[in-house]
Design a protein around this ligand. Sequence first.
Ligand code: ADP
Ligand code: MG
Length: 335
Amino acid sequence: MPPGEFALIDRWFRPLDGRAGQGRPDVLLGIGDDAALLQPPAGQWLVAALDTLVEGRHFPPGSEPRSIGHRALAVNLSDLAAMGATPAWALLGLTLPSTTDEAWLQAFAEGLGTLAARHGVALVGGDTTGGPLTLSVQVLGFVPPGMALRRDAGQPGDLVCVSGQPGEAALGLRLLQHDATLSGAGTAAQRQQLRRRFEHPEPRLALGLALRGVASACIDVSDGLAADAAKLARASGCGLELHTEALPLSAAMCGVAGVAAAREAALGGGDDYELCFTLPPSREPELATLAARAGCALTVIGQLTADPALRLLEQGKPRSAPWQGFDHFAAERSE
Ligand code: ADP
Ligand code: MG
């Protein structure tokens, strides 16, 4: 049986509410009343996002609670990163099975709390109920007026870029699920790197900030690179041309899955929480400086086009791509 609802909130979540050492004087009233009282900075725009993770759908049943806590916040911080926002506050809707124990809660709170502390985020409230394990997090952050990165402002001719090595997380998930086609391939360190990318994705907040005033459009990669790049292109009223050979594949991806499967993971795998963004070709020389500031690789993988078609070229020849990504209400992934 889980501990009582109030004891649970007091013990594991109240310490994360920004007042006790988390250093957020803008939390006027945190956890404990009917609602939190927060002081947004004068003149800034508020940026709000919410994402839900359901056991068995967004992470395998029996996943490490530390990873669940980390991911529940990370996927939301990634949405703020993609807007070029600075995160400030979070609320947690927690649905727990009756079998939840203190050890699980401790590890969950540590996973969430460690990431929150690293980015100066206070957990200012939430709700706790019983039922199938489900985590719903709302994050709030700020952006100077007019400075948000949006997905709808790309221009034909803009270069399409991506951070990190998308596809690592999808291969890591397959390893966690003991996918037989990957059995024994790659070194132990490579396998560990991929699993870690799924279990502890790093939201690209520093990159989002660095891209303010530089990127023409931005989206985070949650459903798969091809699908999310296509969403950006569509929102911007453009088509898209991507080049398979340009995809940034890590040694770990190639070692564990081979180059061909690594490419498919890079195009179609989800859960990376990298940023896909566009910028005018004249700004390409700035990419090296941006990468250094953000602490991650940045790679040009294609461009936006005036022609509305979505094209993936492999050695100059068009091929199919998973443009649709994952749809919870579709029967299955489509090509
Ligand atoms: P109420 O019944 O007034 O809605 P609750 O009992 O739901 O109050 O919550 C009490 C306090 O604990 C509130 O401040 C609420 O925001 C906070 N809280 C509840 N669940 C969580 C949670 N999972 N994480 C963070 N804060 C929570
Ligand atoms: Mg309530």
